[in-house]
Design a protein around this ligand. Structure first.
Ligand SMILES: [Zn+2]
Length: 248
């Protein structure tokens, strides 16, 4: 065995040791994840250009809502608009195909919903979704192995508390929902993005033209973005926090 071979062996052993003992990176303070649900039309027409202006990342959890129907393009994005979000380097994640709650489906039905949304993405030449958002925030223990088997490593629900990667299951990541009426709750939540915890926001349409009870007014949304910018928050997509999550 000559010296270069020794070196190669040593390097591969070191690389392997590093993988086995891999520790996630420490969570920086002021880390916020923005997630946008339900393929609302205003995500393409208003939200994405504004995020670009601020240089913020985000995940758009898309689906083809049944009521009002996804075919109503005065309320929802088209697939061409969703594809453009991907081209703008935003993450497109899965929200099931038809917004069915995972606690109301068999494992086989959930797999079919995931498959269908993934094939829509494939048809648009979008990367296969790797993150998931639970419709209605409903979770079920039986959904976790299905998501894991399908290749999802990060999944977001509700719960109104920060995410602690050292203790929370990465397939049950909590988030805060922005509404027209909870400005102080959101500002208080952003202050909790420290001490190894990060904050995930769930935002529907800005405004939401399909489901007005989850609307976020544009002026309030812009106030949040300006606040994040002025206070030097790091604003990313859900996929970007994988580096802070221990291997499961
Ligand atoms: Zn939803």
């Amino acid at each position: 065995m000559n010296l270069p071979t020794h070196l190669l062996l040593l390097l591969s052993l070191l690389a392997g040791a590093e993988r086995v003992g891999a520790r996630p990176r420490p969570v920086p303070d002021r880390l916020v994840v923005l997630t946008f649900d339900d393929a609302a039309l205003t995500h393409a027409t208003y939200v994405a250009p504004l995020l670009k202006k601020y240089g913020f990342g985000a995940t758009f959890f898309v689906c083809e809502f049944r009521e009002p129907p996804f075919s109503d393009k005065t309320k929802y994005m088209s697939w061409a608009q969703i594809r453009d979000l991907g081209r703008q380097e935003f993450e497109v994640g899965s929200h099931t195909l038809t917004h069915r709650h995972v606690n109301k489906m068999t494992e086989r039905e959930l797999t079919a919903e995931l498959d269908s949304l993934e094939s829509r993405c494939r048809a648009q030449h979008l990367p296969r979704p790797r993150t998931f958002a639970y419709p209605g925030y409903d979770t079920a223990p039986s959904a976790l192995p299905v998501l894991r088997h399908q290749g999802y490593r990060l999944a977001r629900t509700g719960g109104d508390r920060p995410y602690d990667p050292a203790h929370d299951n990465p397939l049950l990541i909590p988030s805060y929902t922005t509404l027209a009426t909870n400005r102080q709750q959101i500002l208080d939540a952003l202050a909790l993005a420290k001490d190894e915890r990060l904050v995930v926001l769930t935002i529907h349409g800005v405004p939401d033209l399909a489901h007005d009870w989850v609307t976020t007014p544009p002026a309030l949304f812009e106030e949040y973005l300006q606040y994040l910018y002025d206070h030097h928050y790091r604003v990313v997509a859900l996929r970007d926090i994988a580096r802070y999550v221990p291997d499961s």
